[in-house]
Ligand binder design. Sequence first.
Ligand code: CS2
Length: 494
Amino acid sequence: MENTLQLNQDNLAAIGNHIPVPNYNRTTGTANIVHIGVGGFHRAHLAYYLHQLKQGGTATKWNIIGIGLREADKNIHEVLKAQDHLYTLMVKNPDGKIEPEVIGSIVDFKMGTTDSESVIAQMAEANTKIVSLTITEGGYNFNPTTGEFNFDNPDIQHELRHPNDPITVYGFLAAALQRRRDAGLPAFTIMSCDNIEHNGDMARKMLLTFAEAQDQELANWIAKEVSFPNSMVDRITPVTTPADIETLAQNFGVQDAWPVTCEPFIQWVVEDKFPNGRPDFEKVGVQFVPDVGPYEKMKLRLLNAGHSVLGLLGALHGHPTINACVEDELFANYLRTFLDEEATPVLGDIKGINLTDYKNGLIERFANPNIKDSVSRICSESSAKLPKFLIATIHENLATGGSIKFATLVLAAWCYYSDKKVNQNGQPLEIIDAMQGKLHDAAKETANNSLAFIQLESLFGGLSENERFTSCYTFMRAQLYKTNDIKKLMQSQL
Ligand code: CS2
C-alpha cells in the first residue's frame, strides 16, 4: 500500500482512516495497573480488555504502565517507546480475515534493569492500584515438584543481601511494598496472569517466603494487606513474524515494528478480590467468580497440555505448527484420545461447563490455519510447563489406576527431543529452555541408563520409582529410539 503510516500518537487520526484506533485520551491516569512482563500475551489479553473498556467510554482513569525486568525486554521497550506505546493487535480469524486494531491502554514503560529506582517509585506511588504479572511459569522461581521457593537462584541471593538493588519480581515487589507501608499507603493488589494453577496463591506463597527471608515485619504486613486474586487467562498468541509486520504495512498501511497476532477467542476468569479497586472488567466479558480453581485446572490440563502433546510429538515428526499437527488425522485422534482418556477423568467436576463442548472448541482453535502457532513456541520452556500441564495428570492417573500411556509417550518424545536436538528427519530443532543443558545430559545418559531422563526429580517427582510408569516409559523410549518413527508409535497406542 502506498503511504504507509508510521504508528505513533501524531499519526493516530490518519491511521484511523485505515484501521480502528483509540478514541480516548491517553495521558497518564489516576489509577494505574503496573504490568510486569509486556510480552505478546499481555498485549493480546489484559491490555486489550482495558482498551475495550476505554473505547466504550469507561475506565477513563485507568491506564497500564509496562515494566521489563529482563535484559531481553529492552527490545520491546525500545519499540514501544518509539511508537508512543501504541501497538497493533491483529486478530486472525479461521476464514483468513485479519482484523487489526491499534491498542492504546499502555501509556508508559520502564526498565528495571537500567532504572530500578523509577520502577520501584512507580509501583510505590498512590496511583498504582494493581501490579499484574505475566512473567511465565519459570518466572515464579519455584521448584516444579515441591512447589517450594528456590533460594539457590543467585539473583534472589543478591537481592536478599541488597534490598535496594532488586533484580527479580520479588525484589521489586518487596521494595515497593515496603515503601508503601512506610508511607502509610494501602497495598496494591498483585494479579498474576500466568498459566499456573492457583496463580495468585502461588505468587503469594513465593513473595511471602522471599519477604520472610528479608524482613519478617514486612512479610507480616504483606500477608495482612496484599490481595492476590487467582485467575485463568486464555488467548492463543503466537510469536510475531516478519510476515505479520509486512501484512500490516502492505494490506493496512500501518508501519508497526512489533504488532501482536492472536486468535479471536479470549477468556479471563478471575476472583473478585481487589480491595484497592479495579476497572469494571465485567463490562467486556470478564467472568468474576468466587473460585477459579476448576477453570484453571481445566484450561491447563486440556488446552496447555494438549498444546504440549502436539508440540513435542509434532516437533519430532517435523510439523512446523500446531495447525499442521491437527490437520494430520493421526495427531488429531491422538490428541483427542489423550484428552478424553487421560486428562478428563482426573479433572473432577467443573460446574456449569460441558467438557465435550470445551474440548471440541479447543480442537477448532488449534486448527485455525491462520494462527500458525509454531511448535517451537509451544515446546519452549517445557521444563517449566510439563510438570503442571502433563506430569500432574500422570501422577493422578497412577494414583487412580487410570490410563497413562498417551502422556508417557510424550515424555519419551521429550527425552528424544532433548537428547538428539534434531527431529526424526535429522533437521535441527529450535530448543529454548532454561534447563536445556541438564535435560540434554540426562537424555544422553539414557544410552546407559534408560531411566536417566525421568530421574530428574525436580521435574518428574518420583515417577522413576513407580513400576507401572517405568515399564510403560521404558517401552516407549526404546521403541522410539529404535524406529525413529513417532507416528508409528502413536498409531500403535490407539
Ligand atoms: C501455550 C500457551 O505456552 C504454551 O505452551 O500452551 O502459551 C497457550 O497458547 C496460552 O496459554 C493460551 O491461552
